[in-house]
Ligand binder design. Structure first.
Ligand code: AMP
Ligand code: MN
Ligand code: MN
Ligand code: MN
Length: 276
């Protein structure tokens, strides 16, 4: 089985359209695929149609932005009903602060001597409701201010960077509830990326478990290989099902291309057993 349960399209901050991502997943041998755009379901119908035409099994997904202990956590929902009115409405609310935030990011960059970042980032964003830090990053790279995404986040846009604008996203409780009420399973995305203490991580996993959260990403393009084993242990300790996804955003971005993931460590319960 070639499984990839975390990918982005132009509907959020990816560079390929939903059908192009489906095509690329198919070319890379994917059998079971999920599109998981940030806070938005608009790409799922086209992704599903294309995936099905290509003979892939499709899992409708979403990656919800959450604020927990004043930091951003991403919760992936898999197997959701993308016609669920409450989920659609709630995600529209989550997205609603992004336009204002984009202006604030541009103002912060202007203070640092980088003019025109709002106008510069917009052409990279296909969805006007979903202007993301990634779109600013692509503008900064295009203009030669940074050489890579990594450098952009380290220098300007990361959570401690000078152009970081804090956001209040969804609560963990609401995100998990919306996913469950839309018939999906909730998965903690790329836990290795969060800057929490050990005690805070324990509290995150305990709280997520108590809310009925089912899964955790173990193998992801957002983890270094050493973190696969670390989060395999967490999955076992908490009884979470294990997920894997490239977190693909574009052909030249990220560590792992769609459909090019190594296998899960042994002794785990793959979350996709629910669908095969
Ligand atoms: P936003 O939702 O606008 O805050 O943007 C978050 C997005 O920025 C994530 O989904 C990633 O695609 C990207 N991102 C965040 N941190 C990094 C990083 N350190 N390196 C590369 N991309 C990142
Ligand atoms: Mn992203
Ligand atoms: Mn994420
Ligand atoms: Mn992602």
């Amino acid at each position: 089985m070639n499984v990839d349960l975390h990918c982005h399209s132009t509907v959020s901050d990816g560079v390929l359209t939903p059908d192009q991502v489906a095509q690329r997943a198919h070319e890379h041998g994917v059998n079971l695929w999920a599109l998981t755009d940030h806070d938005e379901l608009a790409g799922l119908a086209l992704a599903q149609q294309t995936a099905t035409d290509l003979g892939m099994q499709f899992i409708p997904g979403v990656e919800i932005s959450v604020t927990w202990l004043n930091k951003t956590v991403h919760i992936v929902g898999l197997g959701i009903d993308y016609h669920n009115p409450q989920l659609i409405q709630s995600l529209a609310h989550v997205r609603s602060g992004r336009a204002q935030r984009a202006h604030k990011i541009a103002a912060a960059l202007a203070d640092l001597g980088i003019e025109g970042a709002f106008e510069g980032a917009i052409p990279f964003a296909s969805n006007p409701e979903l202007v993301s830090r990634t779109h600013f990053a692509r503008f900064l790279i295009q203009q030669g201010h940074c050489a890579s995404m990594k450098e952009v986040f380290a220098t300007y846009l990361g959570d401690t960077g000078p152009a970081y604008i804090p956001m209040q996203w969804a609560s963990l409780e609401n995100a998990v509830r919306w996913i469950h009420e839309a018939g999906g399973v909730a998965v903690i995305a790329h836990p290795g990326r969060y800057d929490y203490t050990t005690l805070q991580f324990d509290l995150l996993f305990d709280t997520f478990k108590a809310l009925g959260g089912q899964g955790i990403e173990v193998v992801t393009g957002s983890h270094a290989p050493a973190q696969y084993l670390e989060y395999a242990q967490v999955a076992k300790r908490y009884g979470f099902e294990a997920s894997c996804g490239s977190d693909f955003h574009g052909p030249k971005e990220g560590r792992i291309d769609v459909g090019c993931l190594p296998p899960l460590p042994t002794g785990l319960h793959p979350i996709w057993q629910r669908w095969i």
